[in-house]
Unconditional design. Structure first.
Length: 284
């Protein structure tokens, strides 16, 4: 009699949304997602697709994981269709599509600044420019920008002109802050995973492991808690000012690059295990 192999347990199908051809300054997005796909395949049936194809493919999968898919403004119509299709089909999307950080644009920086939280001072109207601290220069960037797209360094007069000429509320202005370094804190769900920093302010993506203090983590958790996502990956980007404090630069909650090639193997493995655990908890 021929032995019958036991049936393979049914596994959740996972659509990993990524743009493997996207070229980011100082980073190789594709390597990170190829690695993640290889590890997640141990638990899920994984397929990769470009963000422009995600809406059409979504209904075939039990779970969609948005990873290094590039700035949404490069495919806004396709992204809007993906969001609408996910809501219609009830597909679980990771991260959830209700994020209040960069996922919704950079309006949150204005909101947090007005509330007095520790963020780089930010305004979106010419009438508010006087509330910013004096600085030798200013940064102008679009609220719907990403990956430094549309970012400009300007004088105070140029900042005022930019705000007056742009569609109302479409641009942000911030003072150029004198800082020691930038530091990023990485979370899965609300669990801290690791931190990295750029010792040289001129080389943002030349990152090294950073030993976060209890005070540092309290700073980062404040924004993770504010975002109120039930699950997902978040990256809290901050700058260390010349005075030693931290100010929020960005709260990345859509497709944060993880710089997994910059952490030790045990840290990388712990991250993958925690992400797998988080994804699995949504498929029961």
């Amino acid at each position: 009699m021929t032995a019958v192999s036991p049936a393979r347990p049914r596994r959740t199908s996972l659509l990993l949304v990524t743009d493997l051809a996207y070229e980011a300054r100082g980073r190789r997005y594709c390597d990170e997602d190829i690695f993640l796909a290889s590890r997640l395949r141990e638990t899920f049936d994984v397929a990769l697709c470009h963000p422009r194809d995600a809406a059409a493919l979504l209904e075939r999968f039990g779970l969609a994981l948005v990873r290094n898919s590039g700035p949404v403004l490069h495919y806004q119509e396709a992204y809007d269709a993906f969001r609408a299709r996910a809501a219609e089909a009830g597909t679980v999307v990771y991260n959830p599509l209700g994020g209040r950080g960069d996922m919704a644009g950079k309006e949150y920086l204005v909101e947090l600044s007005r509330a007095g939280l520790p963020v780089i001072p930010t305004v979106d109207r010419a009438a508010e420019l006087a509330t910013l601290p004096g600085a030798p220069g200013y940064v102008v960037k679009p609220k719907l920008g990403a990956d430094s797209v549309g970012l400009r360094f300007v004088t105070a007069g140029e900042a005022r002109t930019a705000l007056e000429e742009a569609a109302e509320g479409s641009l942000l202005v911030q003072p150029r802050v004198d800082f020691r370094h930038e530091v990023s804190f990485y979370f899965v769900d609300h669990d801290f995973q690791y931190a990295l920093y750029a010792p040289d302010p001129e080389r943002r993506w030349v990152l090294e492991p950073y030993a976060a203090s209890a005070e540092d983590l309290a700073f980062a958790r404040r924004f993770v808690d504010w975002n109120a996502l039930g699950h997902g990956i978040q990256r809290v980007d901050a700058c260390r000012t010349a005075e030693g404090g931290l100010l929020l630069v960005e709260l990345e909650d859509l497709n944060p690059y993880l710089s997994l090639d910059r952490v030790a193997e045990d840290v990388r493995e712990a991250f993958v295990a925690r992400l797998t655990e988080s994804l699995t908890s949504l498929t029961g």
